[in-house]
Design a protein around this ligand. Structure first.
Ligand code: 6GU
Length: 230
């Protein structure tokens, strides 16, 4: 997969992309992530990328020109058809299901904005879909882009060392769309807290049953909304 990110702050991506799974996936050739600075495309003499909104109101709006010119150059760096994603709190909610869908694409282009928002013609003119990572407001789309990239890349074949580990987890089909069951590792007792006996019993059927109950109970406690759709 190829991922392009158009941003005013490419440096923000350096640390997340150089650790753990994202780093490994890049090194293994599973994903190629290319950052491009929108400001480099501003034709303004002060490299301006935002302006005041028509009709008045607070804040600044990302201008069309630098984004369109940046997009035009980036798009032609690869022949693959791309899905264009605008990060905004008005977008459709990002979910594990959408992550899996995006993981099936050959190419993604993310456009991260700052300021109060984008000139609407960026969305319409570039045929971009809007995605939000939750019901709260971030000061820019960069952190949201990183969240989405992380969730998508770890689903790509070869990104995780242990191929099974993306299947059992929270929100997956194995977890029945709910929370994952509690996990324990050595030692058996830590500061007086014991690992549940059932996990040491060797009764695989019973262990599976216990895990299903725990999953369900956790989902009921923390995310009852997920059970209503079943
Ligand atoms: Cl994608 N962008 C911004 N600025 N805020 C958000 C968001 C995105 N998703 C949730 N809040």
């Amino acid at each position: 997969m190829r991922i392009d990110v158009l941003t005013l702050f490419p440096e923000m991506f350096e640390s997340p992309l150089s650790h753990s799974i994202l780093k490994r996936a890049k090194e293994a050739g599973v994903v190629d992530i290319v950052l491009t600075n929108i400001r480099d495309f501003s034709k303004d003499k002060h490299k301006k990328v935002d302006d005041r909104p028509y009709g008045g109101g607070p804040g600044m709006v990302m201008m069309c020109q630098p984004v369109f010119d940046c997009f035009e150059q980036v798009e032609k760096l690869s022949p693959d058809k791309s899905r264009v994603i605008l990060l905004t709190p008005q977008g459709k909610p990002f979910t594990q299901k959408l992550a899996a869908e995006l993981a099936g694409e050959k190419r993604l282009i993310f456009i991260a904005g700052h300021y109060e928002g984008f000139d609407e013609r960026i969305r319409t003119g570039l045929n971009a879909e809007q995605i939000s990572i939750g019901d709260y407001v971030l000061s820019g789309g960069e952190l949201a882009a990183m969240v989405i990239i992380d969730a998508v890349v770890r689903l790509l074949p070869g990104a995780l060392g242990d191929e099974g580990s993306a299947e059992d987890e929270t929100f997956s089909e194995v977890a029945n769309g709910g929370m994952e069951y509690p996990q324990y590792t050595r030692p058996e007792t830590f500061q007086g807290m014991k690992v549940p006996d059932i996990l040491l019993s060797g009764h695989h059927g019973e262990i599976e049953k216990w895990r299903r109950q725990q999953s369900l109970e956790r989902t009921r406690q923390n995310r009852p909304d997920l059970l209503k759709n079943q």
